[in-house]
Each structure stands twice: as C-alpha cells, then as structure tokens.
Design a binder for this molecule. Structure first.
Ligand SMILES: CC(C)(COP(=O)(O)OP(=O)(O)OC[C@H]1O[C@@H](n2cnc3c(N)ncnc32)[C@H](O)[C@@H]1OP(=O)(O)O)[C@@H](O)C(=O)NCCC(=O)NCCS
Length: 331
C-alpha cells in the first residue's frame, strides 16, 4: 500500500452493545451489605448492565462492531486490522479479536487483543493511528468489550458495586488532509500494579497435574490509593497531550474520561480547571466497564454533547497495570 504521510485518523462509525439486564443499587442491597445512598454518594453509579450467559465479550463486541461498520458503510472485508481491548476475553486464544473477526466474516484480516485494562481503548486508538498515518492500513476496527461480571466476587461489596458489562466499537479510516489525532500521551508504571490486580496466572500449576479450572482470580483493589493515582495520572497526561498539540484547554469542546467514579471525574476537571458541564458522564448508567467505557461514551457523546465536525475532544483514561493514556482528537 502506498505511504500516505498526510493521512490522519477519522472516526467513521461508532457502535455499542449493552446487555438489557439492568441491575440497580437496590438489587445489590439484597446481595451485599450496602445501600443505594452509599453507592451513589461514593461513586455516582445508579445502575449497571449485567450480561446473560450468551452475552459474552465476543457476542457484545460483534454486536457493537456490526453497528459501527454499518454507520461507516463498510463491510468486514474492507478492514485492514481488528484491534480488541479487553481484560475479559472468552479465552486467551483464540483471542477476542479472532473470535469477533470470525463472526464478522473478516477472514484473513489481522486481528489481535491488546491489554491495558481501562486504558486499553485509548492505547488502541494510539496504535491504530500509527498504521493509518503511514498508510499501512486504511480501515481499522477498534473494539472495547468487557464482561467484568464474570471476574467479580459478588460477595465483595468493595468491588461488586463498581463494575458493569458492555462493549463499544469504532471504525477508523485513514483520511488524507485530516489530522484526526492531534497529540497523545501514554505511559505505564508496573511497580504499582499490585494496587489493582486481576487474575493470578502465575499461581496456576505449571507441572503436568490433573486439570484445574482456569477460573481467573477476582479483582483486588486498593480503592483509596487508586483513586488518588487515577486523578493525578489522568490530569498530568491530559496536560502533556495539550502541550504537545499546542492547544489550550479552553479550545477543547469536551472531555471524555474513563468512567470509574463520578468523584474521580469531578476531581479531574477541578484539577484541570475545566467546566464540568463540558465533561461527558455516563457512569451513573453503566458503572465502570473498563476498556468499553470510552468507546461507549464516544458513541453517546456525539449526540449528547452535540459534537460537530472539527470539535476538539480530549480522551483520558487510567487503569490496571498501572496504565494511563490521553488523546486529543478532532471530531
Ligand atoms: C472504592 C471507592 C468507591 C471507595 O470509596 P472511599 O470513599 O475511598 O471509601 P473508603 O475506602 O473510605 O471506605 C469507607 C467504608 O465503606 C465501606 N464500604 C466499601 N464498599 C462499600 C459498599 N459497597 N457499601 C457500603 N460500604 C462500603 C468500607 O468497608 C469502609 O468501611 P470501614 O470504614 O468500616 O472500613 C473509592 O476509593 C474509589 O472509587 N476508588 C477508585 C476505584 C476505581 O476507580 N478503580 C478502577 C480504576 S480503573
């Protein structure tokens, strides 16, 4: 494929899938020692979607992808790359990307999962842009899909009230003359990884022992530490991205941050001195869907924040790893 150095990334389609089952805080009151008042005050979450048996990460990712492809007026055979951000694939291999590719009928298209926890979608966007800018790919499908309900200990009130299931997908096209991704910043600090941890693969027997169920360990989280680290990392990353782009915060139409907790979002906008009403929020509806948060938010923000062509939108994420990422895009 010829090199197109002036090409940029353009979002040509978005799609979502959210399980129809809504689990309210009141329902969780019956499961663990909690209250709607505690959950709303500490997190802003009012309800979340929980998948049925058939609504796997693949199933949800396929549904979101079909919607995004339809909006982009593309078929699966037009894709040059499929990237899936997830911490809850149906299996290590085939990857979620290969499973989604098979369901879409994108045989032959390279497909891989990437794992950067809640930062996964923004990491994926940054990776995708490298291929689109150089002309190595023309159309990329980027999916964030999570079935966190399957790795939650539903007896643990510290964790189970925070998370939900869902998927979002975007189709990205290389568009000559369109800058698309104006600047980005990403990073990781594995030395603090133990503060947010899921799945103890190392502890599984490596010898040839009788098969043991490969049930991932459930979430472990140091909530207070993660809260502070998330706010600082996202604010610093956002500032670095704006500086690289040479864009003032005043010129940003909307911030779409990871949706983990309304207090984290509030602290972030306060630290950045950004008007709260220009920050997209849907955490009350879905809770934390890890890598699916930002693509679902992108899909909804277009209408809810009345985004127009050329508007600058700042994406900011933080997650297990620890990882963080931000990207300034032009709508
Ligand atoms: C988890 C979190 C909501 C807790 O809020 P907090 O204000 O820090 O709450 P605290 O840790 O002070 O806990 C206060 C008390 O509430 C209790 N509690 C925890 N979960 C509860 C629940 N669902 N219902 C009622 N009480 C609960 C705790 O046990 C603690 O009780 P104690 O004081 O008797 O020990 C908050 O720390 C947070 O959101 N952290 C970041 C989590 C996150 O975003 N993770 C993913 C990042 S990608």
């Amino acid at each position: 494929m010829p090199s197109q150095p002036d090409s940029g990334l353009q979002i040509t389609g978005t799609g979502v899938y959210l399980p129809s089952r809504i689990v309210t805080n009141q329902e969780l009151e019956k499961l663990v020692d909690t209250t709607d008042e505690w959950i709303v005050t500490r997190t802003g979450i009012k309800e979340r979607r929980i998948s049925s048996e058939k609504e796997t990460s693949t199933f949800m990712g396929v549904a979101a992808s079909k919607q995004a492809l339809a909006q982009a007026q593309l078929s699966a055979s037009d894709l040059d790359l499929i990237l899936v951000a997830t911490v809850t694939p149906d299996s290590f291999f085939p990857s979620a990307a290969c499973r989604i590719s098979a369901e879409l009928g994108a045989t032959g298209c390279p497909a891989l999962d990437l794992q950067a926890a809640c930062s996964g979608f923004v990491y994926g966007l940054i990776l995708a842009e490298q291929f689109l800018r150089t002309g190595a790919a023309k159309n990329i499908l980027l999916v964030g899909t999570e079935r966190l309900s399957s790795v939650i200990d539903w007896r643990d009130r510290n964790i189970c009230v925070l998370f939900g299931d869902g998927a979002g997908a975007v189709v990205l096209r290389s568009q000559p003359g369109h800058r698309g991704l104006l600047a980005f910043d990403w990073g990781a600090d594995g030395s603090s990884g133990h503060l947010l941890h899921l799945g103890n693969v190392q502890s599984r027997p490596v010898a040839l022992t009788p098969p043991t169920p490969l049930t991932p360990d459930c979430f472990v989280m140091a909530g207070k530490e993660i809260f502070k680290l998330a706010v600082t990392a996202m604010a610093n990353s956002a500032k670095r991205t704006l500086k690289k782009a040479g864009v003032k915060l005043d010129d940003v139409k909307c911030i779409i941050s990871h949706q983990a907790n309304i207090r984290i979002i509030d602290a972030l906008v306060e630290k950045l001195k950004f008007p709260r009403e220009r920050c997209f929020v849907n955490v009350h509806r879905y809770g934390n869907m890890s890598a699916a948060c930002i693509p679902v938010a992108l899909h909804e923000a277009g209408t809810e924040m009345n985004l127009q062509k050329g508007d600058k939108v700042l994406l900011v994420a933080f997650g297990g790893g620890l990882t963080w990422a931000s990207a300034l895009i032009e709508w």
